[in-house]
Write a protein that binds this ligand. Structure first.
Ligand code: BGC
Ligand code: MG
Length: 551
């Protein structure tokens, strides 16, 4: 059987409702993607205008960061009405139009549900804080002060300081894992769960294909409000927060990742299962137990379809040994766990800068992402090879950056407007003054510059995504024999019909490897993959891909 037939055969066997398994998801940060009305803020109509571009990348789905009604203290991750679009982004009708047009182009649409907390402007919170005995008094996490007036325990907010905020009406503290304007919902209260599931149903009815679920392991807290233990200094280096943040000093045993969460996730999955082909992608933020939780949350078919973890969003470079460590740990926790990887997003410095990548290395990582077992999220502008933008203090918007400046500059450097047209004053993003400045350095790599050049990063990404689609073993197959030899990572991906051998030199020096024997065919030359037989040398950032049919 020739390889062409093999490919077609396994494509046909992929169940279409499982589009998410091994799917490539393009993350859109709506404020910064495309402004359609000149107010300097990206919007839903802007996304609709750019659907042809997105479809041309070959991705399976888009994930749109929150566009719901919000006072925008955390730029949409503080929701004051889950069932409506913030006027700054448009209307529900605009969303419906976006959904229909995306579907017509074969793109799935995932929305970002922020269930763990609301905005303090949400009517639920206004009601809850009004008294200790109103019907929603238990909807948020309220607790009495210690006798000396200090907060009930030592829990910390990721954005700095105590996780407790005093409320002078109830004369109690309320919990917030993020900003004090993002009060935590109390998931121990069944009515809270019901209200959230009801809201999720509203969007499923509207036709969304799935949810990216914000901070999914933060839903529940320890009912007894026990203090978190301290971490030793050596344990503090693995972290989801910048080094200067005292959040890293604790092992967050009690403030998140509680066992009760599993039952809620199963309720959410059961609801999603009532609709055909929908998927849940949970975001796990836990520096100590991230992979373990990913195993717990994605094992079997009753919980999340996939989880998104911070392992490759860290400052630490994705080396061969780190990759092996991550996949070994993950398969030790749950062989069937299904990860979704990202190198960049709206919360971390763009990986080209974070890992200080050469152009060749950035190209190699794009191919690696398409070869690793798991689904993949690409963050807008990643396909252009963008580096982190430099945003001066006077222009900062992110409260997290303002708090920890200058040791940590916050998340604005990865949130600057998408660059479409290099010669336009605002790079084709807006006719007005953008909410964050367009980066002049990024504008050099605007879409209109890279589009016509077949060798550009943009066209490289398109080919890398196409490679995954041409070889379903890369999307949905098993991953076997992962080995690290010096700086080289090798592994096999395989399904019933084909095997793909992958070798990546993730180091900065040349390295020797031996290629497997037998009838293999080299692929990926259009991506820069090298060919050879037996013992070969991979230069820094070089890789080799070989395919053979099975049976
Ligand atoms: C989101 C952040 C947000 C936080 C609180 C996350 O992990 O990705 O952007 O600030 O949750 O909602
Ligand atoms: Mg606008």
């Amino acid at each position: 059987m020739n390889v062409q037939n093999t490919t077609e055969l396994s494509k046909a066997t992929k169940v279409s409702s499982e589009w998410w398994r091994g799917g490539v998801i393009y993350q859109i940060y709506p404020r910064s993607f495309q402004d359609s009305n000149g107010d300097g803020i990206g919007d839903l109509k802007g996304i609709t205008q750019r659907l042809d571009y997105i479809a041309s990348l070959g991705v399976d789905a888009i994930w749109i960061s929150p566009f719901f009604k919000s006072p925008m203290k955390d730029f949409g991750y503080d929701v004051s009405d889950y069932r409506d679009v913030d006027p700054m982004f448009g209307t529900l009708a605009d969303f419906q139009e976006l959904l229909d047009k995306a579907h017509a182009k074969g793109l799935k649409v995932m929305i970002d549900l922020v269930l763990s907390h609301t905005s303090d402007q949400h009517p639920w919170f206004s009601e809850s804080r009004a008294s200790r005995d109103n019907p929603k008094s238990d909807w948020f996490v309220w607790a009495d002060p210690k006798p000396d007036g200090t907060p009930p325990n030592n829990w910390l907010s990721i954005f700095g300081g105590s996780a407790w905020q005093w409320d002078s009406r109830r004369l109690q503290y309320y919990l917030h894992n993020f900003l004090s304007s993002q009060p935590d919902l109390n998931f121990h209260c069944r009515e809270v769960q019901d209200a959230l599931l009801d809201m999720a149903r509203f969007w499923l009815e509207l036709g969304v294909d799935g949810f990216r679920l914000d901070t999914i392991n933060f839903y529940f807290h320890d009912r007894e409000l026990r203090d978190n233990p301290a971490l030793s200094i050596e344990q503090r280096n693995a972290s989801i927060a910048p080094a200067v943040n005292p959040y890293n000093h604790q092992n967050h045993l009690y403030s998140k990742s509680q066992p009760e969460n599993i039952a809620f996730l199963e309720r959410l999955r059961a609801l999603t299962n009532e609709y055909e082909g929908r998927a849940c992608l949970g975001e796990i933020g836990d520096a100590q137990r991230g992979l373990e939780i990913m195993g717990e949350y994605t094992t079997g078919d009753k919980r999340m379809h996939m989880c998104y973890a911070f392992e490759f969003l860290e400052k630490r470079v994705l080396t061969a040994s780190y990759a092996k460590q991550v996949f070994d740990q993950l398969s030790a926790k749950a062989r069937d766990a299904w990860p979704c990887w990202a190198f960049s997003n709206h919360d971390v410095a763009r990986h080209a800068s974070r890992w200080d990548l050469s152009e060749a290395a950035a190209r190699q990582y794009a191919v690696l992402m398409m070869c690793l077992r798991g689904s993949a999220c690409l963050y807008q502008g990643e396909e252009l090879g963008l580096h982190e933008a430099d945003v001066p203090f006077e222009k900062l918007q992110d409260p997290y950056g303002i708090e920890f400046w200058p040791e940590y500059k916050g998340r604005d450097g990865c949130r600057t407007p998408m660059v479409w047209v290099s010669q336009d004053e605002q790079s084709g993003f807006s006719a007005g003054e953008p909410w964050l400045p367009v980066s002049a350095a990024q504008a050099e790599q605007a879409v209109d510059r890279l589009e016509p050049d077949p060798q550009s990063m943009l066209n490289h990404y398109r080919r890398a995504i196409a490679l995954r689609h041409a070889h379903p073993a890369l999307a949905t197959g098993e991953q076997a024999q992962m080995e690290q030899t010096g700086t080289v990572l090798t592994f096999l991906r395989e399904n019933e019909t084909e095997q793909v051998f992958c070798a990546f030199n993730l180091g900065s020096e040349a390295a020797e490897i031996s290629l497997p024997q037998g009838h293999w065919r080299a692929v990926g030359q259009d991506l820069g993959a090298v060919e050879g037989e037996g013992q070969i040398t991979l230069d820094a950032a070089q890789f080799c891909l070989m395919v053979r049919g099975k049976g």
